[in-house]
Write a protein of this length. Sequence first.
Length: 247
Amino acid sequence: MPRVFELRDLIEQPLAQSVYFQDFEIVLGDRLARAIWLAREREFQRLDAVSWEALKSEARPYLTLHDPNVRRWQHLIDVLNQARAHNYLVELGCSSVRFVPRGRKETPDLEGTLDTRRVLCEVKTINISAYEADRRNTGQGGYISNSLNEQFLKKLESTLSKAKSQMQVYDAGGNARRIAFLIINFDDSFAEYKADYYSQIDQHLAFKPIEGVDIVFYNQQTAFHVDVSMRSALVINEASWPEIGLE
């Protein structure tokens, strides 16, 4: 995993308690953890050299930014998720795909060109609720519903509206194609109800569409995994995790 280890090598004090990749070799002894990181390496390897350096630069400060109470390393994972959107734009046929440098004004995460038309892409990760994060940290029991609550749907609307706004500010001419690329971490950690959730989201977006934005969901591999499709958005179903010993 050369590029994964390049990330680890960015940490100036790797033995400090508040850094990512602590005891990473031990972690990789777990088959599931190793499969997940092999999948990440597969994503990273698809980035061109310039894009990989840009992603590393953005990820670097989060390698030592640990939230011990609720979110742990979620900021870092959110940044690394941008590799998935980059690869999607390439698969879409875009050329000159690049990470947009952060500036004073709001910017999308990525841009490219498709058939001479500018394409913008904002990557958003919707993470577990504060309640679920606290429940996991304290070890308390809880109940997971097969239906998303109104709070989640409002968060989804807000996230998509924010993504649209960022791309509108950056696209002064208003001629670019805008893509909101979403990754969702549901409170249902094993994703037993994933199909139900996406069906509910599909119905919600049909009732309350976000005009002027193409919505793409990245359906991550999970313990109870199922490929899903939607009428109101495109779904990218993650490929199966690599088999251990084959890479």
